[in-house]
Write a protein that binds this ligand. Structure first.
Ligand code: ZN
Ligand code: ZN
Length: 145
């Protein structure tokens, strides 16, 4: 395994490591069944500035190539009330690759969303926000990012 746990923070070399980390983190205490790598809907680039509101449960990722903003999962519904703050790695890095973890109910609806980021500077992995999904159906959450 490429993930190093010897350091104070988890480090990963690629998005597979980030997916492993998201599954291990189990946001909300639930097993993460699906992990999807975030890519810019406009240009396909996969490096971002990330912004989150941990209270509202909303997250946005601004593409480093074209500047387009990707709203994570159902964040569009909360973004008007959200106070987004930029994410920063403990190393000070503010650019990331991003993946979204989905915990599912037994009925295969989304129960919990978590946003994992991998720092482009030093590879530190982190879950920067997570939130509960308390409605159905949730299928659109997979197509919206
Ligand atoms: Zn882009
Ligand atoms: Zn870093």
């Amino acid at each position: 395994m490429a993930i190093s746990r010897s350091a104070r923070f988890w480090h990963g070399q690629n998005d597979e490591d980030l997916a492993t980390y998201l599954r291990d983190f189990r946001a909300g205490g639930y097993p993460v069944e699906h992990v999807r790598r975030l890519a810019c809907a406009l240009c396909g680039n996969a490096t971002f500035l990330a912004l989150v509101d941990d209270e509202q449960g909303a997250a946005a990722a601004d593409c480093l190539e074209c500047g387009a903003r990707t709203l994570v999962a159902d964040s569009a519904e909360h973004i008007d009330d959200a106070e987004l703050e930029g994410c920063a790695c403990p190393c000070g890095g503010e650019t990331f690759t991003a993946s979204v973890g989905y915990a599912m109910t037994q009925d295969d609806e989304v129960r919990w969303i978590s946003l994992g980021l991998r720092c482009l500077s030093d590879g530190t992995l982190g879950v920067y926000t997570d939130w509960k999904i308390d409605y159905t159906p949730t299928e659109h959450l997979f197509s919206s990012n």
